[in-house]
Write a protein of this length. Structure first.
Lengths: 390, 159, 436
């Protein structure tokens, strides 16, 4: 039997030879500004090697609407509706942040009833915003159903808002000096009915999505952001708490009667991977919804009769000076830096959008991960482009 | 730790480099000389008693009347819970200041925004390009003497 | 200001003649047809029925094979289209009801049953858009390569003991081969689109399908070994007599082989959680990102036809095919379609419940878990056949009982959901519920 000779080709196995023969290069993929999982008009330029991401660079600015420039030309009260348009999923919280900054600067006293109403609506809006975040995170992971469950509950909250202020997305309800109108009759019982309906639903989301094995495999140990990195990049809100840092402005520097309420600050504990992975950031939002329900229940208990707004002149004039004030938004700390020269409108107004800072960490997170992980990371950072670009 | 104590520590450490300080009111801050900003910031972050680890915001303000540009760095300490702002005052014709993005990575995007909208030059920044406006935009929109261009790539800016 | 100008198409040569004739015909025939639309519609149906009846009544013994084949091919194509259309409508209804919505409710009156027909009509009217930088011939070819093999697979699928178009000895292999060709169309489409997302989708499909063919084939070999034939008709005939005679309950290895086959078949027809080739949150729409109009419909059709095809294989090979679970009296194609549709429905159920797996996890699951497991099943089943024949009589009742318990649990869950439907759905959908 003739033996077959195998001709080894050492030349071809030589590395340099292949490199000159077959040219390989990285593939540049433009993810966005129109892409289903970039949550708006974010554009991420990916340098990929097959499915592997070598570098991801976010490019922003596609939704820039000159909110800071507009502020210099309108009066303080006229600016409240513009704050709605920043983080349009949590408009109540934006209103609250701006109103508190102006009130603190102008020394305006807000009636007690208005303060509790503000807490109620800010927390309800926090629930609504987290519902969108949680639901659309499921969507990013390919689970369509939790998204619609979350929107079913959010619909009820939006209905409640509509009964109060007539708007379903951009409320402008919390104004300087208090809230715009008193709540309609029967609101308190409707709100309680919603809370009773909603609280057990959180367990359903956990059964369906949070503790799903596939979901945990997709998000656990992915996009790990250690605590020092999170603080260094200026992450705030659930993203910071997901990294295990117990920092919540409602607890640490209470505003608006938050010191009266009994609630916990949930942090990520690294249950399915390292502390600060996508699952932790996601689950902090789920846990925060429970805490928000607790706060709303307590605030409804304490709601007393009285006026809902202080007397504020139509053309409000603030004394010359400046202020930097932050509130805890669903996405992190929303800061307003107002410089006044004593006129009707701010001399300079700078908004510190939490999503802006949270998004900047993406470049640091998205190294040597897979293409599908990019969607997981962006979803877990939960950015709203309206606020990133302002 | 109160603002007064922090300012005392800073005064003790930096002396004349601390140009001014405001401890009362709604926005307590210290004003430092622009050349000393990085060392002050490093001290603020690393000192055992201060530990300002979170840079919240970098905002530039254009004072056209005084011919100045002011950059304010809002800091907060997550470990101790105290807050302070550091300000530098720059010449409006040539607003240049050393970058702090080596101290807090968060400064990277904030400084790009301040460069984009107010036109502050951050020396040593790794990637100082426009962030919100298009890269070939002319002018810095939050300057008080900013004029809108008539058209941009054939599109009328003002209808 | 950037404007997009559509290039004007100048017809020349024979195309011009055809276009002119079409215009003339449409001018004359259009109004007449519009007036007599219902007449024409029913006329075609009555004529078709009369033709079928006449063929069966008068020319059957003498019928030339080509006429018979034409009739059966028309029937087969009709069935595939029907399956795909019912599948698409069913998918929307099932997803709607899982997500506490209603799904399509308007088109056609009763629960929107005409929705997929209306969608199909809409797609036919859409412009056939081909990206300028696409590889034109391949781009046009790809949908056909995806759809035609799937329809071919139906040629050998037996709907009943004698309800099969071509009974071949190697019918199981033929079906697997045809389903394997489908991937070629997807890769072609992804490549020819000249879009990076499409390319990603195509490459994912290629690596996923090629790896999952192996556990799929191996788990089908287990029942093939038990019967001793790869003719689907033979396999169906071997399972008559009642549910405990179904191959799935013959031995424990076959029982598990059903599940491994089902998982692998999910991956092979790109159903969730293995829908990476079109994973919409990562790849926009994967390999069909650039497709629109009727070419997109062909991919869509192919997916739903393949869904039923793999379910049909599972039905014949594991679940007794056309045999009724209780005795042979009621056996027939209806049982076959019902079982196949049930498995299709389970695919939908899984799709709307689970998140998507990542590509490395897909490969991991196949190579590290599914493949060794099916090999163990394969070896175990052969050993069982050599030495375990004395247990067979009891085993089938034990495993059959297990199957019955599973069906019972499923029915109990469905009943619980139905009783509590008011609690499960949203407030808007509640007033549309039956009995509300």
């Amino acid at each position: 039997m003739k033996e077959i000779e195998i001709h080894a080709q050492p030349d071809l196995l030589h590395e340099g030879e292949i490199a000159s023969d077959i040219r390989t290069e990285e593939l540049l993929v433009n993810m966005g500004p129109q892409h289903p999982s970039t949550h708006g008009v974010l554009r991420v330029v990916l340098v990929t090697d097959g499915e592997l991401i070598l570098k991801a660079t976010p490019h922003i600015g596609y939704l820039h609407r000159c909110a800071e420039k507009i502020a210099e030309n309108v009066s303080y009260r006229q600016y409240t509706p513009y704050t709605d348009r920043m983080d349009y999923l949590a408009a109540m919280n934006n209103n609250l942040g701006f109103a508190l900054a102006v009130e603190k600067m102008g020394g305006i006293e807000v009636p007690e009833r208005a303060q509790y109403l503000r807490v109620i609506f800010a927390e309800l809006n926090r629930i609504a915003s987290h519902l969108v975040a949680v639901g659309s995170y499921g969507l990013d992971m390919g689970a369509f159903t939790p998204f619609l469950y979350c929107f079913r509950e959010r619909e009820w909250i939006v209905d409640l808002f509509e009964s109060v202020c007539g708007a379903r997305l951009t409320y402008s309800y919390i104004t300087i000096g208090g809230v715009r109108e008193d709540i309609p009759e029967g609101f308190v019982s409707q709100c309680k009915e919603f809370l009773d309906f909603f609280e057990p639903k959180i367990r359903e989301y956990n059964d369906l999505l949070s503790y799903n094995h596939i979901f945990i495999n997709r998000t656990g140990n992915v996009g790990v952001c250690p605590a020092d990195m999170a603080i260094g990049y200026g992450l705030t809100g659930p993203c910071l708490r997901g990294s295990g840092v117990k920092w919540d402005l409602r607890k640490n520097t209470p505003y608006c009667k938050y010191d009266e309420f009994d609630f916990d600050v949930p942090v990520g504990d690294g249950r399915f991977g390292a502390v600060g992975d996508c699952w932790d950031r996601y689950f902090v939002r789920v846990m925060e919804m429970t805490q928000s329900v607790r706060i709303v229940r307590q605030a409804l208990e304490r709601l007393s009769d009285g006026p809902v707004s202080a007397k504020v002149p139509r053309m409000l004039k603030l004394p010359a000076g400046e202020i930097y004030f932050e509130v805890e938004n669903p996405r992190g700390q929303l800061g307003f830096y107002i410089v006044s020269e004593g006129g009707n409108s701010p001399y300079r107004l700078k908004v510190r959008g939490p999503s802006f800072c949270n998004l900047s960490v993406l470049e640091g997170l998205a190294k040597n991960c897979l293409l599908a992980d990019i969607a997981a990371m962006i979803g877990s950072l939960d950015v709203v482009m309206g606020e990133v670009d302002r | 730790m109160t603002v007064l104590e922090i300012v005392d520590i800073l005064k003790h450490r930096f002396g004349a480099d601390l140009v001014g300080s405001v401890v009362e009111g709604t926005h307590p801050h210290v004003v430092v000389r622009a050349e000393k900003l990085v060392s002050v910031c490093e001290f603020l972050r690393d000192d055992e008693k201060l530990r300002f680890d979170l840079l919240r915001c970098v905002s530039g303000v254009d004072w056209m009347g005084k011919n100045l540009i002011e950059v304010s760095y809002d800091l907060i300490s997550i470990r101790f819970g105290h807050a302070l702002a550091v300000k530098v005052i720059l010449d409006r014709a040539k607003p240049q200041v050393e970058t702090v993005s080596g101290i807090w990575q968060a400064a990277n995007w904030h400084e790009r925004e301040a460069f984009d909208l107010v036109g502050v030059q951050f020396v040593g920044h790794t990637d100082l390009v426009r962030i919100l406006m298009p890269e070939d935009w002319v002018g810095h929109p939050l300057r008080k003497d900013y004029q809108d261009p008539v058209e941009y790539h054939g599109l009328k800016v003002k209808p | 200001m950037q404007t997009f100008e559509r290039p004007k198409i100048e017809y020349t040569g024979i195309s011009k003649t055809i276009a002119e004739i079409a215009v003339v015909v449409a001018k004359i025939a259009g109004p007449i047809l519009r007036r007599l639309a219902w007449f024409v519609f029913f006329g075609v149906i009555i004529f078709g029925c009369a033709f079928v009846w006449a063929v069966g009544r008068f020319v059957n013994p003498l019928v030339p094979w080509i006429v018979r084949d034409i009739i059966v091919v028309a029937g087969g194509l009709g069935f595939v289209s029907l399956v795909a259309m019912v599948g698409i409508w069913g998918e929307r209804k099932v997803s709607g009801h899982i997500q506490s919505r209603l799904g399509p409710m308007r088109t056609g009156g009763w629960h929107g049953w005409l929705q997929s027909l209306a969608d199909g009509l809409k797609f036919v009217q859409k412009e056939d858009l081909i990206p300028a930088s696409a590889d034109q011939p391949l781009f046009r070819l790809a949908p056909y390569i995806a759809l035609v093999p799937v329809i071919c697979a139906y040629v050998v699928i037996p709907f009943g003991a004698s309800w099969v178009f071509r009974d071949r000895d190697v019918s199981l292999l033929f079906v697997l081969a045809m389903l394997g060709i489908e991937v070629l169309g997807v890769i072609l489409g992804g490549w020819a689109s000249n879009s990076k997302w499409s390319l990603y989708g195509a490459m994912r499909e290629a690596c996923q399908l090629v790896s999952y063919e192996i556990p799929m084939g191996l788990s089908l070999l287990v029942p093939v070994m038990a019967v001793g034939s790869i003719s689907l008709v033979q396999m169906g005939k071997a399972q008559s007599g009642g549910w405990f005679n179904w191959l799935m309950f013959q031995n424990p290895f076959l029982f598990f082989a059903f599940f491994t086959y089902y998982i692998a078949s999910l991956a092979s027809c790109k159903r969730a959680p293995f829908d990476l080739p079109e994973g919409e949150s990562e790849l926009v729409a994967g390999f069909h990102t650039e497709y629109s109009g009727f070419r997109f419909v062909m991919f869509f059709f192919a997916e739903y036809a393949a869904m039923f095809a793999v379910s049909a294989i599972a039905t014949i090979v594991f679940l007794g095919g056309w045999n009724s679970p209780v005795g042979d009296a009621t056996s027939g194609p209806l049982w076959f379609v019902a079982k196949g549709m049930f498995l299709v429905w389970v695919q939908m159920w899984i799709r709307w419940t689970l998140p998507r797996i990542r590509i490395d996890q897909v490969m991991h699951a196949c190579v590290k878990y599914l493949l060794p497991f099916t090999m163990i099943l394969f070896v175990g089943s052969s050993v069982w056949q050599l030495y375990g024949s004395q247990f067979i009589f009891y085993t089938r009742f034990i495993l059959g009982g297990l199957g019955l318990v599973m069906v019972g649990l499923f029915l109990a869950g469905a009943g619980y959901g139905y009783v509590n439907r008011g609690r499960l759905v949203g407030r808007l959908a509640r007033k549309h519920l039956p009995g509300a």
